[in-house]
Ligand binder design. Structure first.
Ligand SMILES: [Fe+2]
Ligand SMILES: [Fe+2]
Length: 268
């Protein structure tokens, strides 16, 4: 895994970890820093990479000055540095939901007075910006939330719109359209397999609610940054997932083959 920091939009930096998913390509694991009167960190990186995450974070901000952590959900690729952040940033509060806090109580408990609940449809004003909470149209964890930032017009979509890709460019719009569509559909069949069972008309209305936000940029936890003019394409990938082949996970025979190959060492 490698973790780097980069500037992605006015007042927004990305902390990106590249994860190799053996045989399936690369997955971005992104967190974001929203600079402003009350700095916001979106996501807290992976559990196994927490030291590298904090190192990369320090190159774009002083973690001690962070005021908010928007935790979109409680999966291990989003919560890694919570203990360090609570220690280092005495004024930091974690934005999550009732069940988000409940799940974290089993992993890395949050002091309740350092939590702020925000549910889909609600807004929260943090200094010079107001964030409107949304439920992403695809997710792998029912506590998932995303948000629209009124200061930049950017939509933060949690796991939604992620893609498994041969390699990860700096921006999603430099990818070949077929590669991106294939990578997004593959990810959606893995991360949100329930998408393949939904009523397509009712789901079209869900996608339309996202389209009407007219985001200036889409920042997903698992996709390189995408400009707002890609929103129709990204929503189209979710719609296309309905009829895609279901994901077939590697079976025990494949695992044993991989182990045997690893034991035999590299071929020349
Ligand atoms: Fe997730
Ligand atoms: Fe994730």
């Amino acid at each position: 895994m490698t973790t780097t920091a980069s500037h992605v939009a006015p007042g927004i930096d990305r902390i990106a970890t590249t994860v190799e998913i053996g045989g399936f390509g690369q997955l971005a694991v992104n967190a974001f820093v929203l600079h402003g009167a009350e700095p916001v960190l979106v996501e807290a990186g992976t559990v196994v990479d927490r030291d590298d995450f904090m190192t990369a974070l320090r190159t774009v901000t002083d973690p001690g000055e962070l005021r908010w952590l928007w935790l979109s959900h409680t999966d291990p690729d989003h919560i890694g540095s919570i203990p360090q952040l609570l220690d280092e940033a005495p004024r930091l509060r974690v934005i999550t939901t009732f069940f988000g806090m409940g799940i974290l109580n089993l992993v890395t408990p949050l002091p309740p007075d350092r939590v702020n609940f925000v549910n889909p449809g609600e807004r929260i004003t943090l200094g010079n910006r107001t964030l409107t909470c949304i439920r992403p149209p695809a997710y792998d964890n029912p506590v998932s939330t995303g948000f629209h930032d009124d200061r930049t017009g950017v939509l933060f979509s949690s796991d939604c719109f992620g893609a498994l890709l041969p390699e990860l460019p700096d921006r999603a719009d430099t990818l070949d359209a077929n590669t991106l569509r294939e990578g997004q559909v593959r990810w959606a069949t893995i991360d949100s397999p329930w998408l393949q069972t939904v009523d397509t008309d009712r789901y079209a209305a869900v996608l339309d609610r996202i389209r009407r936000i007219e985001p200036t940029m889409i920042l997903s936890s698992h996709l390189p940054p995408a400009p707002g003019n890609m929103v129709d394409f990204l929503l189209g990938s979710l719609a296309a997932t309905h009829n895609a082949d279901p994901f077939q996970a590697p079976d025990q025979h494949m695992l044993e083959t991989m182990l045997a190959e690893a034991a035999a060492g590299p071929t020349t």
